[in-house]
Design a protein around this ligand. Structure first.
Ligand code: ES4
Ligand code: ZN
Length: 324
């Protein structure tokens, strides 16, 4: 089954580029930029990755991003991820980036996006991997900061297909960003949002109705409302599920308890994604294998995850034409 999974063409729809920073590259960039980090070795960094919930992860994750300074750093980060995509036969990837994590440290928006998009262009030419870029707002920051970030993105709107919403879900519901998402949609961006990861099923409904999203990121807590599950199945609203992430952040006790296979069998458009692979112990193939090891799955079902991801992707979306 491992070989079948490895060879299966895959599409990734939920990947934070800052979450692909491997400890070795973190050390290399710290050295290159003369930044001190509170770890003695890459191994020590890995040992510190013991999380008990989303917030305990985010605290370490934002700290890790401090080593990213130059356009070359963002290129190197993105290129390393794209080489991993090639190994895993990921043929298309839609990548989140969090500009506020960097602009709040004095790094220019242009530095971040130029480095990332240079790697994406090179991947198209040299690796035959296509991609889209999704800009996320940090939901623990205020609406005004999100509006300022949207403003900074406007000159780059031909390079950004959608806006998203990530960071701490608890205490920061979708309604906080209803106006900025409306402005983003009016500017021609598609929208997505993390919802129903740690937050309640209501956040999924609010992301759909208040933020106008085309996909729900995570969404696994939809099962708390049978009516919502039925609605998601009928509308084929995609859920970008991240199995290893959910185990590391204790959303489920173990992979056998994960509901992704139930959701697939109920007819939802569920997909498998790696989220923050450098922190959660695995890229795309690892996530597929972890699910298949814990649940009996046919090859047809494994392939269905890829078919769902193609259906859910923003590849050649007609709305793209309105972005330029
Ligand atoms: C994230 Cl797993 C997860 N949830 C919410 N926000 C995030 N940012 C990076 N990873
Ligand atoms: Zn995520």
């Amino acid at each position: 089954m491992k070989n079948f999974i490895k060879g299966l063409p895959k599409v990734e729809l939920h990947l934070h580029i800052e979450g692909t920073l491997e400890p070795e590259l973190m050390f290399e960039l710290a050295k290159r930029n003369k930044i001190s980090i509170p770890f003695s070795s890459p191994q020590a960094v890995r040992e510190a990755y013991q999380f008990h919930n989303l917030q305990s992860f985010l605290d370490i994750y934002y700290q890790g991003a401090n080593v990213l300074i130059t356009e070359q750093d963002f290129f190197d980060l993105t290129w390393a991820y794209l080489l991993r995509c090639k190994q895993d036969n990921v043929v298309h990837t839609e990548i989140f980036f969090d500009p506020q994590t960097h602009t709040d440290r004095g790094i220019a928006f242009k530095t971040v996006i130029d480095g990332i998009t240079r790697a994406l262009r090179q991947a198209k030419e040299q690796l035959d991997i296509s991609s889209q870029l999704i800009m996320c707002f940090l939901r623990h920051l205020d609406e005004e900061a999100a509006f300022a970030t949207l403003q900074q993105a406007l000159p780059y709107k031909d390079q950004i297909i959608a806006v998203g919403l990530d960071s701490s879900e608890q205490g920061h519901p979708p309604e906080k960003f209803a106006r900025v998402f409306e402005a983003a949609r009016n500017a021609g961006f598609l929208t997505v949002a993390h919802a129903g990861e740690e937050g309640p099923a209501q956040n999924i409904l609010d992301a759909i109705y208040l933020l106008g999203v085309s996909r729900i990121d995570h969404g696994v807590r939809c099962v708390e409302s049978t009516e919502l599950v039925q609605q998601l199945a009928e509308s084929r609203m995609p859920l970008t599920v991240c199995p290893l992430s959910n185990i590391k952040l204790k959303v489920f006790e173990d992979m056998a308890q994960h509901n992704i296979v139930d959701l697939l069998e109920t007819g939802l458009c569920v997909t498998i994604n790696s989220d923050d692979p450098a922190y959660f112990g695995g890229y795309m193939t690892d996530n597929f294998v972890a699910v298949a090891d814990a649940h009996p799955l046919t090859r047809q079902q494994l392939a269905q995850f890829s078919l769902n991801a193609i259906e859910a992707s923003f590849i050649e979306h007609p709305q793209k034409a309105t972005l330029s």
